[in-house]
Design a protein around this ligand. Structure first.
Ligand code: SAH
Length: 211
């Protein structure tokens, strides 16, 4: 249920769903997704579904993780990426297998601590984690990241995140209109932000403050 063969089958399914970047398929084949969920759910880790990770949060379904990663790579492999919403750390591990430098923030301390332990056990040394409110981005930094990925839905793009995105940089996030959520690719151009709405999605909300 948690074997390489199960992961290979997940990747075949991802290809059918339209994921075609070899680099993304390769890391989805390698990273052990079952390590990031509760032992009782490990046998379901490779199903194409979101799963609970405690504290009312969920690990995104494999297709969404792959699709968001693929969107971050459309314009080449950049050096730094900031993730808002570490959760269980699976998306973080996927990013860290591709990007040289990964920064990730989580507002729930218990999830942050658990992700930190898992990522260390799997020897991801190029990841920096913080227990902080992602509405403010990475603390004390401005104009820095090539890519920003948000794994919780926002009703407006936090200004701090725009400030921490390099010019020409790309942000991928679920945008909540109040009616529904849309995966959105946002590019910081010379004259401001360019929004590219993509598919409909369902994410937990971006929340303020710490837990
Ligand atoms: N990428 C994660 C997704 C977890 S769900 C995974 O695969 O497990 C979204 C996560 O965003 C939750 O863990 C939630 O606590 C976190 N989150 C929500 N609002 C946040 C905020 N303002 N700052 C940081 N993390 C936030």
């Amino acid at each position: 249920m948690t074997s390489q063969r199960t992961r290979d089958r997940m990747v075949t399914r991802l290809q059918r769903q339209g994921i075609d970047k070899e680099g993304v398929l390769d890391v989805m084949r390698q990273v052990p997704r079952h390590i990031f969920v509760d032992e009782a759910l490990a046998h379901r880790a490779y199903e194409d579904t979101a799963l609970p990770i405690g504290y009312g949060q969920t690990i995104s379904q494999p297709y969404i993780v792959a699709q968001m990663t693929q969107l971050l790579l459309e314009d080449g492999i950049p050096s730094s990426v900031l993730e808002i919403g570490t959760g269980c750390g699976y998306q973080t591990a996927i990013l860290a297998s591709i990007f040289p430098q990964v920064y990730s923030v989580e507002r729930i301390e218990a999830l942050y601590l658990q992700a930190r332990q898992r990522l260390a056990e799997l020897d991801f040394y190029n990841v920096q984690l913080r227990h902080t409110d992602g509405n403010a981005g990475w603390p004390n930094l401005s104009y820095y990241f090539d890519r920003i990925i948000m794994t919780a839905a926002c009703t407006e793009v936090p200004r701090a995140l725009v400030a921490q995105l390099k010019e020409g940089g790309v942000m991928v996030l679920p945008f909540d209109s109040g009616r529904d959520q849309t995966m959105t690719k946002i590019t910081r151009g010379k004259d401001g932000l360019v929004f590219e709405p993509l598919e409909k999605v369902a994410f937990v909300p971006l929340l303020p403050g710490l837990e």
